[in-house]
Design a protein around this ligand. Sequence first.
Ligand code: SAH
Length: 347
Amino acid sequence: MRKAWSILPEEWKPILAERGLRPFRADQILHSLYRDWIDDWDMATTLPRDFRETLKTEFPITKTETLDVSQSSDGTRKLLLGYEDGEAVETVLIPATGRFTQCISTQVGCAMGCAFCASGARGVVRSLTADEIVAEYMAGRRLGEITNIVVMGMGEPFMNYDETLRALRLVNAGKGPNLGARHITISTCGVVPGFARLADEGIQFELSVSLHAPNDALRSELMPVNRRWPIDELLDACADYTRRTKRIITFEYTVIRGVNDSRRCAEELASQVRRVPMAKVNLIPLSPVSHRPDFRTPDEATLMMFLDVLMKAHVQTMLRRSRGKDANAACGQLRLRRVEADGRGRQ
Ligand code: SAH
């Protein structure tokens, strides 16, 4: 049994043939799934009834339940999606002029344990399967046409590489939802083996790397992943990636007051990212998280100083503001509030 939303468009024909089903049905199936956007085979009324029954047992469509919707005053909406086994993830919809961006999760919880991030505060429960990730997209697109996806929700995509890539390939597929690869951004905390694998894929997904500190001492303190793959190894992998793919890498740098916001840090950061061709930096002021009240948002003057140092060093830098704060939908805030609130099995 394979889930319908995990099958790539080109796989349908051989899979149907293997099961003694008629391959010409593939196009009808794709039409139902990705033009009529059905989420139940009973809705595929162009298909004969007995075939619909076969599809239900052989290729079920993943069921999710929207357990909660929170709306932020800036228009950002956060959905809590429950899967059949009772686990749940969050996905965030972010409207902007000419854009409707969806932030998706790849795991329930996260194993990486970054100090400032709520998603990892209780470890990882399990990884999502490709169809479960596609189900997030399907739930999002019911609220509007998604123009961009950022894989910046709960979980570390490179720790769930195969299922994440399968889901993104599916969303990107011409005979599927057909969302352009350049509109899909994968964000990693620096799981080094993922870089060469992604370069091998030959698809033009965008890549972001969460750096957050310019030296090993500080980075290892904030991000345990750095003990396994320190900055030199990480930046080498980034440089290889940009050389091979000719694609830009964006470094994310969450600015935390008194922790990584000094002039010295900015200078060190500039010299580190300049080792990577075609690198950009996104500065994101920390979103406060309840489990680390000692981590605070930097003040405006410090942010401006930090930005100025990078610009003067000719590093292409953007200052980003988190969206969805009042719905606990901002960067790093996903999941924990809810676990704290109900404290039960469903995380
Ligand atoms: N695991 C992936 C993707 C999920 S996190 C990664 O680490 O890149 C998406 C981004 O939000 C990362 O850059 C992460 O470091 C950042 N982030 C996490 N907690 C945050 C917080 N409290 N404030 C601001 N950004 C945060």
